[in-house]
Write a protein that binds this ligand. Structure first.
Ligand code: NAI
Length: 303
């Protein structure tokens, strides 16, 4: 198989000063990409800033013979997110790849969660992904080429105690990419979502020590690199990855039940058919909301 490379490609990776983002940056740069290493350099809960992490990764890339430029802006504001993307344009003339990876945690159970903990998580994860994607999309559309990988979490897909804020933002990101993928389809812009598991500063407090060593960020990087490559034709997909495990995750809808809508549909009918309604055996994926609506309409029994 031909080696997957990124020669002549420019990649912006947010939150690339450590953890997963650093692993993505090193891999892409080692295969020829010119990389913008963005990182605000704050603490894991989003306070403060420090240029050191991004600069260190740039130094590592350069020491290995690669090309990289640091950017220290926050993804969480529209102006600064635009500046992240502009750094790619100013430094290398274009942007081909965007990895929305920057993230923080503010874990608290729902009743203890301050409004600021909720808003801060939304602004870094959901707003940050939106701002960077919107800014990058304009250039990608113009050049009819782009690869966008955004970062969700099992906490969003499946839920996690103490992560109401984070879970909402992360599932929101997966939903955002579904629509970005549709808008990008005409312009050869692919948008996918990674659901990673890795031992990083975000997970050091929750992962057992022996597991952390086994789930190095580098294990997630190969599939992210492939999703960023010209060879990748997948779009609107979610992939789980960590510790050597790779799998696609998906939203499916079961075949359900169809009642005669010309007659009364009672609450009791719902209860009586709950097994059928709950079943996702022979569940189906839909490529778009329109496809799902069409499938529902075709099943309707309006006679
Ligand atoms: P990390 O803390 O090592 O990396 C996140 C980076 O984002 C940090 O270097 C931080 O300085 C940077 N950052 C934070 N706020 C920023 C902002 N406003 N602007 C720019 N940069 C900012 O953590 P990790 O684990 O590498 O996280 C990467 C992504 O993966 C995050 O989105 C996280 O939520 C997600 N994730 C990680 C999992 C894991 O198992 N490590 C599991 C599921 C999702």
């Amino acid at each position: 198989m031909k080696e997957i490379r990124f020669d002549d490609k420019v990649a912006v990776i947010t939150g690339a000063g450590g953890g997963l983002g650093r692993a993505y940056a090193l891999l892409l740069a080692s295969r020829g990409a010119k990389v913008i290493v963005n990182d605000l350099g704050g603490t894991f809960d989003g306070s403060g800033s420090d240029a050191t992490p991004a600069q260190q990764v740039v130094n590592e890339i350069k020491a290995a013979g690669g090309k990289a430029v640091a950017n220290y802006d926050s993804v969480a504001e529209w102006e600064s997110a635009q500046n992240i993307i502009k750094t790619a344009i100013d430094s290398f003339g274009k942007i081909d790849v965007l990895i929305n990876n920057a993230g923080i945690l503010r874990d608290k159970s729902l009743l203890k969660m301050e409004i600021d903990d909720y808003r801060k998580i939304m602004s870094v994860h959901l707003d940050g992904t939106f701002f960077c994607t919107k800014a990058a999309f304009a250039y990608m559309k113009e050049q009819t080429y782009g690869r966008i990988v955004s970062t969700a979490s099992a906490a969003g897909l499946y839920g996690n105690f103490g992560q109401v804020n984070y879970g909402a933002a992360k599932m929101g990101i997966a939903g955002m990419m579904n629509s970005v993928a549709q808008e990008g389809a005409r312009y050869n812009i692919k948008a996918n979502t990674i659901v990673p598991t890795a031992g990083t500063r975000l997970t050091f407090t929750v992962m057992p020590e022996d597991v952390i060593g086994k789930v190095k960020p580098g294990y997630v990087a190969p599939i992210v690199a492939w999703l960023c490559s010209e060879q990748c034709h997948e779009t609107a997909k979610m992939y789980s990855a960590g510790g050597g495990y790779f799998s696609r995750a998906a939203v499916v809808e079961g075949p359900g039940v169809v009642f005669d809508a010309s007659k009364d549909i009672t609450v009791e009918m719902i209860v009586e058919h709950l097994d059928q309604i709950n079943s996702i055996e022979e569940g189906q994926e839909f490529a778009s909301a329109m496809e799902q609506a069409g499938a529902v309409i075709s099943k309707m029994n309006m006679s």
